[in-house]
Design a protein around this ligand. Structure first.
Ligand code: PRP
Ligand code: URA
Length: 205
């Protein structure tokens, strides 16, 4: 259930996100751009129906979206950087929040916040830029599933093979959309080649 974004613009944007000399202001713009491409890709299968309209020249049957309102759930804090493009292209989206933080020595994620809208019967898009060990993603999926979500998509910017396999082991039904599948994790559970600590680079901390 892994989809890796294959687009020259995505490759270009990721390169600049990875570059250690990219400053937070530019990093945030690049984060917006890659998240917009991912938002489009991750919603490629939304249902549509025919509607009759009139162009200035003639009547026609055209297609309109018929989906239930989407729910976007960023995993705090870095996931916040990915929300705006979803709001821009799906104005009726609901937003929930799951706060998780990795311990610096163990890399195990600790939960510190959760606020969710109705998720049952809706498509939930969990957004988090980095899928490293997969611990945060698995915990966040557990949380939205407990709240009743059954249609869950995980959207990440950079993923590791270890993280993809961890999510697949615990939640095989979850679709994963990512912009880059990197090589491996280092001893401190950071993604290689990766782009470093996404939250720190996004918020200049
Ligand atoms: C980062 C990232 C993911 C998590 C991925 O967040 O945004 O949530 O690490 O790592 P994992 O797959 O090994 O769990 P972090 O915990 O650093 O918190 P932050 O978003 O507040 O910076
Ligand atoms: N979180 C990050 O921000 N970067 C990594 O490489 C791994 C976890």
């Amino acid at each position: 259930m892994l989809h890796v974004l294959d687009h020259p613009l995505a490759a270009h944007v990721i390169t600049h996100l990875r570059d250690r000399t990219t400053k937070p202001a530019t990093f945030r713009t690049l984060c917006y751009q890659i998240s917009l491409l991912l938002a489009v890709e991750a919603t490629r299968d939304l249902p549509t129906e025919e509607k009759s309209i009139e162009t200035p020249l003639e009547p026609m049957l055209a297609r309109v979206l018929t989906h239930e309102p989407l729910v976007v759930v960023p995993i705090l804090r870095a996931g916040l950087g990915m929300v705006q493009p979803f709001l821009d292209i799906f104005p009726d989206v609901s937003v929930g929040y799951v706060g998780l933080e990795r311990d610096h020595t163990t890399a195990i994620a600790r939960s510190y916040y959760c606020k969710l809208p109705k998720v049952a019967g809706r498509r939930v898009l969990l957004v988090d830029p980095m899928l490293a060990t997969g611990g945060s993603a698995v915990k966040a999926i557990d949380v939205v599933r407990t709240a009743g979500a059954t249609n869950i998509t995980l959207v990440s910017i950079v993923s590791s093979p270890e993280g993809v396999s961890e999510v697949g082991k615990h939640h095989p039904e979850v679709r994963i959309f990512t912009a880059a599948l990197d090589r491996e994790l280092n001893a401190k559970k950071y993604i290689l080649p990766g782009l470093g600590d996404f939250g720190d680079r996004l918020y200049g901390t």
